[in-house]
Design a protein around this ligand. Structure first.
Ligand code: 48F
Length: 261
């Protein structure tokens, strides 16, 4: 049968609209498609929840593609390797509990397994604000990244979710919007974003897990965003903490959702 250009266009538009419309009311909305956001979304969808993920850039994967300083290998510790094993990413012992994995294999596999598990991912979409009911976040305000970049005067659209995960990395963008625009303190010791500290890999990896928690009613932080919110160290190109943080965020939100059912 001859290919028809109009059918190609109709197919893309209708399929996308169906996917997008179906993703406007979910259990969990994840902001940011780096390692922490992908792992969180994967575990939540595997637990039976409806999850959508919004990523500003064209490519999913955040800061994992480039390894360290564009040397595209990543390092994980024993605990982090456990999650790479779950996803089927090959890793190899370098020495003394430090494992390496190919950065491109790692992030492309995390992404692929997450989509195949049922998470709906929307790239090229930026989260610019949250939806509030009293002092709880109940959804996100979305716009095309292209609109944001061109600074066009175009109103956004909104979606509803029972929980939000800020997995926006060093930028901690969702929490920043809440701090700036909502008249209530964050659930940090100071009530404000405490800011990321300089690099200490060992401590940062431990603190990433400790800081993976609710930062505002309805909003959890995962990955580097957790350390930026709660004032902990950065870790550089070791990625176990990101993976484990995603797993923990999913477990904490899963417990909440189970209780609320
Ligand atoms: O930065 P990113 O990879 O965050 P992560 O999962 O991992 C951090 C590591 O990559 C590395 C590190 C530890 O090894 O220090 O930096 O915590 O991924 C964050 C993603 O969020 C997207 C951004 O484009 C990136 O892909 N993002 C940021 N702000 C927004 C956003 C926003 N407002 N809307 C949508 N996506």
């Amino acid at each position: 049968m001859a290919l028809d250009e109009v059918i190609i266009s109709q197919a893309i538009i209708e399929r996308f609209l169906h996917k997008f419309t179906d993703s406007l009311e979910v259990d969990v909305a994840v902001v940011g498609g780096g390692p922490a956001g992908l792992v969180a979304a994967y575990y939540l969808v595997k637990a039976g929840y409806k999850v959508s993920l919004f990523e500003r850039k064209l490519s999913i994967g955040g800061g994992m593609w480039g390894g360290g300083m564009m040397f595209n290998e990543i390092v994980v510790q024993e605990e982090g390797k456990r999650i790479l094993d779950v996803f089927g990413v090959k890793s190899e012992l370098y020495r003394d509990g430090h494992y390496t994995a190919d950065a491109v294999e790692a992030i492309s596999t995390l992404c692929s397994r997450t989509v195949q598990a049922g998470v709906k991912i929307f790239n090229l979409v930026s989260v610019e604000d949250v939806v509030l009911r009293q002092e709880r976040v109940v959804g996100l305000v979305l716009n095309w990244t292209a609109v944001e970049m061109a600074n066009l005067h175009v109103d956004p659209l909104t979606m509803r979710s029972r929980y939000v995960i800020d997995a926006t990395g060093h930028a901690t963008e969702v929490v920043k919007v809440i701090e700036r625009k909502v008249d209530a303190p964050l659930l940090t010791p100071t009530g404000k974003i405490m800011g990321e500290k300089s690099l200490w890999a060992e401590q940062a990896e431990l603190l990433t897990l400790e800081n993976t928690k609710e930062v505002f009613p309805g909003v959890f932080v995962a990955g580097m965003s957790a350390n930026a919110s709660f004032g902990a160290y950065r870790m550089g190109p070791i990625f176990g903490g990101m993976l484990l943080s995603g797993e923990k965020a999913a477990a904490l939100i899963g417990e909440r959702l189970k209780k609320e059912r």
